[in-house]
Design a protein around this ligand. Structure first.
Ligand code: AMP
Length: 308
């Protein structure tokens, strides 16, 4: 099916306890698109880059059947740049710089061929820009999934809540869920957040997996224990791209299928952590992905009989 992806396409400068790198390819939409191309969908990209962004990355995405008609190129301007530093506990990171550059004035314009997309992934961006994308759709998509982050909660909480009220699934991490809801307990937080509008909520917990809520049921997925987490940047976006990519391919948006989609998202996110930038996502095959999903299945399976 058609899957519209909006979000940042960026350069990242990253420091981990093991290594550091300056200006590697990053951006929420970049990770989402790479992840979603592991499924059989027509991926349509909406974003903005400056003329400093390497065209071979754009060509690589196009070679994976990503339509880039909605990727604006601003001559003479710089691409979005984000810089972050991870703690020894790699679930914790500090943002050192967020240079919006081309994102500062980004006015997303949907090509006519994008306006009937059945699935929409609103990747991390200013909430008004995410809303502008939804407002341009010809009809309500079958499923709208949204990601966001603490940066927007700090400066644009009200517009953020307005966009949240329009989506079907919100995907955020535990720290963001606490900030958005004002509740420490993730169960209490889920109730407050779902009252804002979304029918489903996913709370990512880094190396501790993810929780999927539908207001009645909760599904808890583990993260694959990795010997080395090299760089978790983009893991959340990769998760989201795998989640919606799987749902779009099957066309089934039931809670049961969302559970499977969470596992596909988690499997792809585990690859993302193995190298800087989207490098691992560029290397893996469908077979690699399926093998990792199998690892999840055996990690999660349990045969237990509760005695009366
Ligand atoms: P994640 O590690 O999944 O939270 O995503 C990290 C990616 O999000 C990086 O590649 C950044 O370029 C991008 N990013 C960080 N801050 C922002 C922001 N304020 N708006 C849009 N994208 C961002």
């Amino acid at each position: 099916m058609s899957l519209l992806v909006v979000g940042s396409v960026a350069f990242d400068s990253i420091e981990t306890p093991f290594d550091k790198i300056d200006k590697v390819i990053g951006g929420a939409a970049t990770y989402i698109a790479y992840s979603a191309t592991n499924f059989n969908n027509a991926v349509q990209l909406v974003s903005v880059i400056g003329d400093d962004f390497p065209q071979d990355v754009v060509k690589d995405l196009e070679g994976r059947n990503v339509n880039t008609d909605g990727l604006q190129l601003k001559e003479g301007e710089k691409s979005f740049h984000w810089s972050g530093k991870y703690h020894n506990d790699m679930n914790q990171r500090d943002t050192l710089a967020t240079d919006l550059n081309v994102l500062e004035t980004f006015d997303p314009v949907l090509p006519a061929s994008y306006k009937n997309a059945e699935f929409v992934m609103l990747g991390n961006l200013a909430p008004m820009v995410q809303k502008q994308v939804l407002d341009q759709m010809n009809e309500r998509p079958k499923l709208v999934v949204m990601d966001t982050m603490n940066f927007w909660m700090d400066i644009l909480m009200e517009p953020l809540k307005e966009t949240i009220s329009m989506v079907d699934v919100l995907v955020i991490n535990d720290e963001e869920a606490r900030q958005l809801s004002g509740e420490y307990s993730l169960l209490k937080a889920s109730k407050v957040i779902m009252a804002m509008g979304p029918k489903y909520l996913i709370i990512k917990k880094g190396e501790h997996g993810a929780l999927l809520f539908d207001g009645t049921n909760i599904f808890s997925a583990p993260a694959l224990p990795l010997e080395d987490v090299f760089d978790p940047t983009g893991a959340g976006d990769t998760f989201a791209g795998g989640f919606i990519g799987y749902l779009a391919q099957s066309g089934d948006i039931s809670f049961e299928n969302m559970k499977r989609a969470v596992i596909y998202g988690s499997a792809l996110a585990s690859f993302c952590c193995e190298k800087f930038g989207p490098q691992r996502l560029q290397e893996i095959t469908a077979e690699d992905m399926n093998n990792r999903v199998d690892e999840f299945v055996s990690l999660m399976s349990i045969d237990i009989k509760v005695e009366a």
